[in-house]
Write a protein that binds this ligand. Structure first.
Ligand code: C2E
Ligand code: MG
Ligand code: MG
Length: 396
């Protein structure tokens, strides 16, 4: 209310959504200024029972031309707000016509997602994580895919937020956990060479982390599959923890007691303080966000960040995995910094379980593929620096 004039209207729209109506707004710039004032008012901590709590707001803005119905005005502002959320939250977006199309699409996705499990449209792909020194596969990450009957394969970034908002992430997340654990059991039964050391990483979203059922769901997933809990590693993001740190940390502690591994995903782009990180240990793994890895040979800042995260991980006694390694130069730079684990297209793209089957029998993912007429006994490491081999991505 502090940033409003007496005539302006503030209403609670439902849940955690609020509507502001400002009269006599001249143009976009003026609206932008109001949005900035709102944003900065909300950035200040709220002190509740002596503790500072932070919230952020995603703002959707629609400038009225004075001819819309109130319902249409609200619907457009709502669409812009969803766009602001999609673009990373804590920001303001103006409505434009393409957003209306997105609303239709989102509704279509939401309706379809309700019975995607029963219709067998969901599946899991697996992306190997490797030891940078030997190229050996040390684990895989389960990545969800949705084969939509008309839209084709929908990437998780597009439907996970919908699943989160609607709560569908709970049954879907449970399905992924079971599927991933069963896959570990299958690889084990097949007796594949490396299967006994392989860790299965599964992503867990904020809503799952805050659900009372997660610990029980995880327990029955690995028990029913008959695999030891240590084979499973759950990946959570900093923002998922920050949504409700006390509850999240309690759940993480219980999960650690179960014996499953814990990783912080996309590390470095969240907002957690180092103090938070201290509370976050029992975490076993920090996954260095792809944005830093992709920039590390281009910007000295990114290189410095990767280096610092590696030092931090070492000091805290946790493993670090570099995400999104796409080139031999990035792999080299990481190895030079002492980074041990990596994941990325350079080694393998996410693939069907059968693609991993083949890799499970292979010594190293960065060994050169034997070309007709080439000398198969040549030292594989010769190929590395020179970049004289084809990354095995095409095989996965
Ligand atoms: P994430 O957990 O950080 O997963 C890594 C993402 O980076 C994956 O995208 C992967 O395909 C992609 N990636 C891996 N290596 C490279 C590379 O070298 N270059 C580039 N450009 N990308 C690479 P994907 O599969 O689209 O998943 C996106 C996000 O969706 C995941 O990010 C994760 O947050 C979420 N997600 C995926 N599956 C699940 C799930 O089962 N449950 C939940 N809650 N979230 C999931
Ligand atoms: Mg992940
Ligand atoms: Mg990540």
């Amino acid at each position: 209310r502090r940033v409003m004039r007496p005539r302006d209207v503030l209403a609670r729209f439902g849940g955690d959504e609020f509507t502001f109506c400002f009269e006599k707004v001249d143009d976009e710039r003026h609206a932008r200024r109001i949005a900035e004032r709102l944003g900065s008012a909300l950035r200040a901590p709220f002190v509740i029972e002596g503790e500072s709590r932070f919230i952020t707001a995603s703002l959707g803005i629609k400038l009225s031309r004075g001819e819309e119905t109130p319902e249409a005005l609200l619907a457009d502002a709502d669409a812009a707000m969803y766009r602001a959320k999609e673009l990373g939250k804590a920001r303001a977006e103006f409505f434009d016509e393409t957003m209306r199309q997105r609303v239709v699409e989102r509704l279509e996705l939401e309706t379809g997602l309700r019975d995607a499990i029963e219709r067998g449209q969901l599946r899991v792909e697996y992306q190997p994580a490797v030891d940078l020194r030997s190229g050996e596969m040390v684990g895989v990450e389960a990545l969800l895919r949705w084969d939509h009957p008309t839209l084709g394969t929908v990437p998780p970034d597009r439907f996970i937020p919908i699943a989160e908002r609607t709560g569908l992430i709970l049954p879907i997340g449970e399905w992924v956990l079971r599927e991933a654990c069963n896959q570990v059991a299958r690889w084990q039964e097949d007796g594949a060479a490396r299967s006994s050391e392989l860790t299965m990483a599964v992503n867990v979203s904020a809503r799952q982390l805050l659900s009372d059922e997660l610990v029980g769901v995880v327990r029955s997933a690995f028990q029913d599959a008959g695999i030891p809990p240590g084979r499973l590693c759950l990946e959570v993001t900093e923002s998922a923890v920050i949504a409700d740190p006390d509850a999240a940390l309690e759940t993480l502690r219980e999960l650690a007691e179960l014996g499953v591994g814990l990783a912080i995903d996309d590390f470095g782009i969240g907002y957690s303080s180092l103090g938070n990180l201290r509370d976050l240990l029992p975490v076993d793994v920090l996954k260095i966000d792809r944005s830093f890895v992709s920039g590390m040979n281009l910007r000295s800042e990114d290189h410095a960040i990767v280096e610092s995260v590696l030092q931090l991980a070492k000091a805290l006694g946790v493993r670090a995995i570099a995400e999104g390694v796409e080139t031999v130069d990035q792999a080299d730079a990481l190895r030079d910094l002492g980074c041990v684990y990596a994941q990325g297209y350079h080694y393998a793209r996410p693939g069907k379980p059968t693609a991993v089957d083949e890799l499970l029998g292979r010594e190293a993912l960065n060994e050169p593929l034997a070309e007709p007429g080439s000398d198969p006994t040549a030292d594989p490491s010769d190929g590395m620096g020179a970049g004289g081999f084809e990354p095995p991505t095409s095989r996965v």
